[in-house]
Structure formats: C-alpha cells, structure tokens
Design a protein around this ligand. Structure first.
Ligand code: ATP
Ligand code: MG
Length: 302
C-alpha cells in the first residue's frame, strides 16, 4: 500500500525525488568549462544509491518508450522531429552497456544505432562527414552514434592522422553540419562519458582476467590509454570549439556505471519532453472508418 503513496506525494513523483536537481543542466558544459574540474566518480544531481538508480532507470524506460512511440507516430503525419545522441568516450568507459541499458528497452523500429570504427579506404577518400550524413536519424527516430564525427578531431588529432589545418577546419565544418541538421528537426545531445585513468585500468585488467571478456580487449586499448593527456586535451578543445546552443555537450561522470546510465537517460528524456509530443489525430474520418470496417464484419475465410 505504501508503494502507491510513495509514487506521488504532494505532486512529487519518485523521479522527482531521485533527481534532486536538473541533471541535464548540471552536466551541460558552460562558460569557462575545464575538464579537469569534473570528478569522474561524482553522482551529481542525486543522493540516490545504485539500487535506487537502477529502479529509476527501469521506471523511466516506460516513459521514454511512450515518448519514443509518439515521436515515431508524429513522423507519419509529417513531423521532421528526431533526436541524435552522440556518445564519445575513452575505451571501456561503458558506451556499449549504456546503449544496452538505456535504449535496449525501446522499440527497435525508430531506433537507429551506428558504431563508427576506423574509416575504410573508401571512407578516407571522402570528406570526414561523408560517412556520417547517411546515418542522421530519419524523422521520428532516435539515432545513436557510438563514436562519431568527433573521432575526426580526437583520435585523428592525437595521432596526427590529418594535417593540423585540416583538423582546424573540421571544428567549423562540424558546427555547420550540426546547425544544418538541427534546422531540419534534429535535436542533438552530445555526451562525453568521463572515466578516470585508474577506473579504465581496473576495467581493462578485468577484461584480461576473464575468459569471456577477452574479446572485449584490444591491444590498442593500452596504446591509446598511454596517450591519456593528449586525449583529454583533444576532448577539451573539441568541446570548447563545438559546444553550441543548438548542440551542447554534456560531460557525464562515468566511473559509476549505474549513474552514467540513469543520467544519460534523464538528459535524453528532457530533450524528448521539449518536443511537446502527443498522439497525432487521425488523418481520416474515424466514424466513417468504423462504419466501413463494420460493413466487413461478416467476412469469413476459408
Ligand atoms: P568497444 O567498446 O567495443 O571496444 P569501440 O568503439 O572502442 O568499442 P573498436 O572497434 O574497439 O570499437 O574501436 C573503434 C576504433 O575506431 C577506435 O579506436 C576509434 O578511435 C577508431 N575510429 C573511429 N572513428 C575513427 C576515425 N574517424 N578516424 C580514425 N579512427 C577512428
Ligand atoms: Mg575499443
């Protein structure tokens, strides 16, 4: 009995009590942002425990599913609204688990997941955005980029895979691209999952120590790890140069996996809620269709 009461007391839902502050606002990058100020172990915006975080994730998944269905339904009546979630992180920061736990409970139709790997020879022969453009989610969909066009100013900057002036050009090209798709109905949510080097060490060591996790480890993980400072500098520059009002960055502390998941879910939910979603009205005469359908009621087969 107390459960129902707990759900809503004085207009405050369990979600309101789990989130004591607007987490999207807390994690959104603002003026004077310095990555070094962010504690990767923080659980900003909530005093909740891991168990409470997991319950909140499950509860809010139902809400997210409904909003996703409305988004999808509205595209059938001409809406161009869609959401693109861009995930960037160091290896083993938990992108895969997050995609699974936050988006795995959604309707697969209407979810478009793209993982960007090192570019192929064909992709390298084109501008860096060439391979990205076809994966901008269709109207009504939620798109997820597991890595993205930001690799072209992160790993490519750290390893000097492109000349400095080309890297420099890309920040502006990214802003133009993101502006253009925003004008066409895409709401962009950019997320950096932020782990500490010692947490990454623990996770990589655990992979090497567990037979069924060996496939998740790649020798390059340790090579890239050894360039940690260069990566953090590249992230800082990329965030500084591409944190725009229409496509803001959020830096999500990710040492606590449960926190990163529930925080990203909340940030995406807040974006969906800004769309004022609703069920579309029928574009046909409902009573006429009821009559037409009823006229076929006696139909039998065989
Ligand atoms: P997992 O968590 O499963 O390891 P992952 O995203 O690390 O997932 P991998 O296949 O291990 O996937 O690595 C993909 C690699 O592709 C990364 O090292 C990344 O830096 C690289 N990559 C992605 N996009 C580009 C790009 N545009 N230029 C160069 N390298 C890229
Ligand atoms: Mg990897």
């Amino acid at each position: 009995m107390t459960h129902a009461l707990e759900q809503e007391i004085g207009g405050r839902t369990s979600t309101d009590r789990f989130w004591q502050h607007d987490v999207a606002d807390l994690l959104r990058v603002g003026p004077g942002f310095d990555l070094r100020d962010i504690d990767p172990s923080a659980t900003l915006g909530t005093a909740g425990t891991k168990g409470e975080g997991q319950s909140e994730l499950d509860r809010a998944t139902q809400h997210m599913r409904e909003l996703q269905e409305q988004l999808y339904a509205l595209s059938w009546t001409g809406s161009r609204d869609r959401v693109l979630v861009v995930l960037q992180a160091m290896d083993a920061a938990g992108k895969g688990g997050l995609v699974n736990h936050v988006f795995g409970g959604l309707e697969p139709y209407g979810l478009e997941l793209t993982a960007f790997k090192a570019p192929t020879a064909q992709e390298r022969a084109h501008d860096f955005l060439w391979r990205v453009e076809p994966h901008v989610p269709a109207p009504g969909s939620i798109g997820l980029f597991d890595r993205s066009h930001y690799e072209d100013v992160l790993v490519q900057r750290v390893h000097q895979l492109a000349p400095p002036e080309e890297i420099e050009r890309r920040y502006g090209a990214i802003n133009d691209f993101e502006h253009r798709i925003t004008d066409d109905g895409v709401r962009i949510v950019k997320i950096m999952l932020h782990i500490s080097p010692d947490e990454q060490y623990r996770r990589l060591a655990a992979r090497l120590d567990t037979p069924h996790k060996l496939w998740k480890y790649s020798p390059s993980d340790t090579s890239e790890r050894s360039r940690w400072s260069d990566y953090m500098e590249a992230f800082q520059i990329a965030i500084d140069r591409t944190n725009t009002p229409h496509a803001p960055w959020h830096v999500v502390p990710a040492n606590e996996k449960w926190y990163a998941r529930v925080a990203v879910q909340r940030i995406v939910l807040m974006e969906l809620e800004k769309l004022n979603l609703h069920w579309p009205a029928a574009e046909y005469d409902v009573s006429e269709e009821i009559s037409r359908l009823n006229a076929t009621r006696e139909l039998r087969w065989p």
